[in-house]
Design a protein around this ligand. Sequence first.
Ligand SMILES: Nc1ncnc2c1ncn2[C@@H]1O[C@H](COP(=O)(O)OP(=O)(O)OP(=O)(O)O)[C@@H](O)[C@H]1O
Ligand SMILES: [Mg+2]
Length: 315
Amino acid sequence: MSNWNIIKSEMEKYLERYGEIYIPDTIEKSVDDLIGLEKEKKFLDSFFMALKDYEKNKDQNLFPINVKLSALLIGPPGTGKTTLTLALAKKYQIPVLVVFSNTLIASLLGESLNRIRNLIRQSEKYSKEQGVMILFFDEIDAISSERASQHEVGEIKRTVVSFLQELDFLLEKKLPIGIIGATNHPEQLDRAVWRRFTYKLEFSMPDTQLKLEILRYFINKIKKSKNFSINFEPESVIELTEGCTGADIERAFEIALLYSYRNQKGSSKNQITVDIFTESISLVKGENFNYYQSSKNKNTNKKNDDYSYLDNFSL
Ligand SMILES: Nc1ncnc2c1ncn2[C@@H]1O[C@H](COP(=O)(O)OP(=O)(O)OP(=O)(O)O)[C@@H](O)[C@H]1O
Ligand SMILES: [Mg+2]
């Protein structure tokens, strides 16, 4: 077992359900598995390169001022923020400690503070021993957002202030740790937290061109597969993907694969048709659900427990 694997098992005991460590070689997706995102790839790639440079020169005091490597990734769910970070970590062979900020903060606030502090102290210890690493705060707005407002105001303030102190502590240490935060709600982020991140990178909803490319990528993957075939081109389903992210398109293909597998067992290849994809994307978008219908059309006659659409679409 490599050092990082030993640390992973040690750290994970300690992290409980508040985070996860990704060792580069076990990260599944590569940069090329993310379609488009050229600007985002270029930017984050240079962040990772800077981290590597920093590590190489850390004992030589190369930089006359302390360079703090922190980046905030902003964008809607499913636009590739986590996946791109992990894919680059794989490319540059840097382990990533992902902190689930929402789970961390969900329990008693006072306790969360200790957890954040411990997490940061442990990261400091491990990066001193092992070298470069990324500390990734997923849903960082959970630590300092309006969502915490059910708690007493003073307590929220204390959590944010303490979190900032811990971040500063780490950033001042001249350690090869890159701090990345990801958020879907930049407007809810405390200004002081926002300011701690040197770089800000926005991930957008995919435009039509990018969605066509993402569709083509998955269609080609299926075409090349042994057990499945597909009989349509991206253009014939593009309209169905209105409002969808890359993650939605990927999930629709996952459902379509399961569905065609279940329903065409026995045939030499399981075929994914436009109809199957249509149903799949509709499920992903939640269009069959009553609450979706009723929010679109208040006069809907559907009952709340009407799941009849599942009769002709069961997995
Ligand atoms: N441009 C893309 N090309 C291919 N796959 C994509 C693309 N964008 C997203 N995906 C896929 O969607 C899935 C979800 O992406 P990811 O979890 O990275 O999104 P996220 O921005 O971190 O979302 P969240 O804000 O909910 O955490 C991943 O499996 C990813 O590979
Ligand atoms: Mg994510």
